[in-house]
Design a protein around this ligand. Sequence first.
Ligand code: 5GP
Ligand code: ZN
Length: 135
Amino acid sequence: MSSAACIFCKIIKGDIPSFKLFESDKVFAFLDIQPLSRGHALVIPKFHGAKLTDIPDEDLTELLPVAKKIAQASGAVDFNILQNNGRIAHQEVDHVHFHMIPKPNEKEGMKIGWPTQATDMDKLKSLHEELKAKM
Ligand code: 5GP
Ligand code: ZN
């Protein structure tokens, strides 16, 4: 499945050029055009969908092994794997993509806000019950 309007579908087709790193039946990977650090790459399913939940399981299986391969090829010792879903969650391109972002030092790579909430065992317990029942 692909979308005529989607820039990542155009990259998969070759209608927009990219620095391709990997391609198989289900996966495509290429360098990010505005990298946060040297080696910043994107790994995408060929199946078009905006969010992780829109992609069939069988189209997801290769994504992490390919991200791992690129991480190893980049020589990154420290790195982040990131996958954003929705505008407020920092998603700009509505075709699922996993970032592999090397973190060579404090300045380059990904910076993360991590606003922890207080530990509340009662809330965690009821949430745990609710989620288990739905899975
Ligand atoms: P998001 O914020 O949606 O998780 O990340 C989208 C990423 O796609 C950004 O890091 C951006 O630099 C990258 N990107 C957007 N357009 C293009 C493009 O045409 N070519 C390449 N190689 N990367 C792109
Ligand atoms: Zn697409």
